[in-house]
Design a protein around this ligand. Structure first.
Ligand code: NAP
Length: 253
């Protein structure tokens, strides 16, 4: 039976611990965190400890702390024999110094208290040793149907791509919400459009799916939109986006 230690008590640690604790063939051996209060959340799932010098022996150590703390936390695992893997999209595997190292990156936006269907989440796996990659894939395969070999260079780009499609889109939802509120309108009015925009790229390319004045080259509409914006930064963003969209379709001609 595969034994797992999770280091970290934040959002992803909670999601991973919850999902891993349900797998029969895997034993959640320990949750390690620096904050006793945050550790309590895990007390029904596995033994918890706040002392990093008392980490249990395990087959896999999943480092689920903020990116800037991964190296510091990995130092406590330098004498362990098991696979030490972080779960970060943006951190190279080789930021870990032990021989038996890897990456166990679930490509999804995890939010505290919001359940996710793990089966659909792409798991991006990398390891220094072939046998360790196999073990990490076995673990990922118990959680998800989507397992990929992705190296650090590819993952860097993938993580950047994820910023665009998720973080930046979500920021733009906020801009849309504020514009609605300025007119006393509910953000709910935009929700069917948000869903359709996300749904159509499941079966079409983003290039095919694009609509709007910038694609059509409707200059008057774009000018009117710019005049409606009070914030200089938003005017700049609108102009940059419109220019970028226009360019995609000009290239086609
Ligand atoms: N959230 C996502 O959608 C997502 C998706 C894929 C991958 N990831 C990756 O998952 C990792 C954790 O992200 P998260 O979203 O779970 O972050 P989070 O909710 O902010 O949790 C961060 C965790 O790091 C711990 N921590 C910070 N500095 C530490 C230190 N010096 N020593 C020990 N522990 C420390 C925090 O401990 P305290 O509670 O004591 O402050 C907390 O448990 C990151 O590598 C991130 O890139 C996140």
């Amino acid at each position: 039976m595969l034994s797992i230690v999770i280091l970290g008590t934040g959002t992803i640690a909670k999601h991973l611990a919850g999902a891993i604790s349900k797998i029969k063939e895997v034993r959640l051996a320990q949750i390690v965190g620096r904050n006793q209060e945050h550790l309590q959340w895990f007390s029904n799932l596995a033994p918890i400890i706040a002392d990093f010098s008392k980490i249990a022996d395990a087959d896999v150590y999943l480092i689920a702390v903020k990116d800037d703390a991964i190296v510091e936390v990995s130092d406590y695992l330098s004498n362990k024999k098991g696979i030490v893997a972080h779960v970060s999209g943006a951190t190279p595997m080789d930021s870990l110094s032990m021989e038996n190292r890897g990456v166990f990156y679930p490509l999804q936006s995890f939010t505290e208290g919001r359940p996710l269907d793990f089966k659909t989440i792409p798991f991006c796996i990398e390891a220094n040793w072939e046998a360790s990659a196999k073990t990490l894939k076995t673990l990922a395969g118990r959680l998800s149907d989507n397992i990929y070999d992705i190296d650090s260079q590819q993952r860097k780009k993938l993580h950047l791509a994820a910023m665009y499609v998720s973080n930046f889109s979500n920021y733009l939802y906020g801009v849309g919400e504020n514009l609605c509120l300025e007119e006393g309108l509910s953000f709910d009015l935009l929700k069917p459009l948000i869903l359709e925009t996300a749904e159509k790229v499941q079966t079409m390319s983003p290039k095919e799916a694009q609509t709007g004045p910038a694609r059509r080259g409707d200059m008057k509409t774009m000018q009117a939109h710019l005049e409606l914006l009070n914030d200089e930064k938003q005017k700049e963003i609108y102009a940059l986006f419109s220019e970028a969209i226009k360019k995609v379709y000009e290239e086609k001609l």
